[in-house]
Design a protein around this ligand. Structure first.
Ligand code: ZN
Length: 65
């Protein structure tokens, strides 16, 4: 397993950190799959939740421009 967030020892993903989250969103504004992000399943889940939360409060748009 070669998870970027495990390497950086990031446990709590800040949903306000759109710079980080953008790395895990595809060009179409979708959450990238685990195969593409290379995250472990727990971090993948955390990232997905953070992205959903960020979208909800409008930090990330659900669709890209
Ligand atoms: Zn991880």
């Amino acid at each position: 397993m070669d998870c970027y967030l495990c390497k950086k020892n990031i446990q709590d993903i800040d949903f306000k950190d759109t710079y980080l989250l953008r790395n895990y969103i595809s060009g179409l504004g979708k959450i990238r799959s685990k195969e593409k992000t290379g995250l472990c399943s727990s971090h993948q889940r955390h990232v997905a939740n953070a992205i959903k939360r960020a979208r909800h409060i409008g930090l990330l748009s659900a669709t890209s421009k």
